[in-house]
Design a protein. Sequence first.
Length: 362
Amino acid sequence: MKRDLLVVDEDNHLNLAAIDPMPSPAELRTRLPLAAPAAQTVATGRSVVRNILDRRDPRLLAVVGPCSIHDPAAGLEYARRLKQLADELADTLYIVMRVYFEKPRTSVGWKGLINDPRMDQSFCIAEGMERARRFLLEVNQLGLPAAAEALDPISPHYLGELISWVAIGARTTESQTHREMSSGLPMPVGFKNGTDGSVDTAVNAILSTSHPHAFLGIAADGRTAIVRTRGNRYSHLVLRGGSARPNYDSVSVALAERALAKAQLPPNIVIDCAHGNSYKNPALQPTVLSDVVHQIKQGNRSIVGTMIESFLEAGNQTIPADLSQLRYGCSVTDPCVDWATTESMLRDAADALRGVLPGRCS
């Protein structure tokens, strides 16, 4: 596409270097269409997660996968392994793959596959969006539903039809734009507590998202449009810990339940084993999940899901100048548990909960 260069000496364009056109969502969908098997995966994924939130399905939702996708080949190898494990544990756990393409940055850093797919600060976003859509199509074609973080309000128009569960991150839960957007999304949305650990912002976000909104957005053809939503009643709380302390423990969960009840919201809580709950130390993620399982065995009914940051290899790595030096299957953002640990965590959780979960729907 032709680049629309701006005259940088005009006051209105003082800090703009260029505006690069993007293909419209409709154009990208036409180029990379959603085939029937993948569409069925998405539809089933959304339906099952809704049923879990409504207590019609007793299984525990498990959102599992890399902190971010930077290498689609390694991501697909991971997806194939996860699909096999998901089928094996399907009687107790409903496993959805974490497929994150956009990363919020506190200051600077790699912003994800969509923003910088070549990992060289060339910011070929059109290429990144196409690679992201292709990857999601392949994951769903395996029969494995996908989860993502909705970081900007434009990407869902390109990718939303391929996603079964969405998270709104701790930095954006307070954003009116994200609350309005989430009110119209077709999948369940998990709002994370604020970076300070407080759940009030997320509770307010859930309330806002459950109501109709009207706001400026884009249509499938890329034109600016007025978007009118009906509200999303399947928004819920994700506890991810805070800057001061974790919040996966039974006291924190009870306080979160009280906040939801006060707001007259369903007691649906997903617990993130990573981030503040593990102090970003992947070695602590199994401890968090073990505590979650123990709470459920002791009678907790509000914990409906968990999240695990996991990849083929443990830990993380910095992005080298020579990309050929990247370690295959190792995160370039937050550190992850490796595949062997992931298998152990999920098998142990399923074994411990197999006779417990059905009673939560009675």
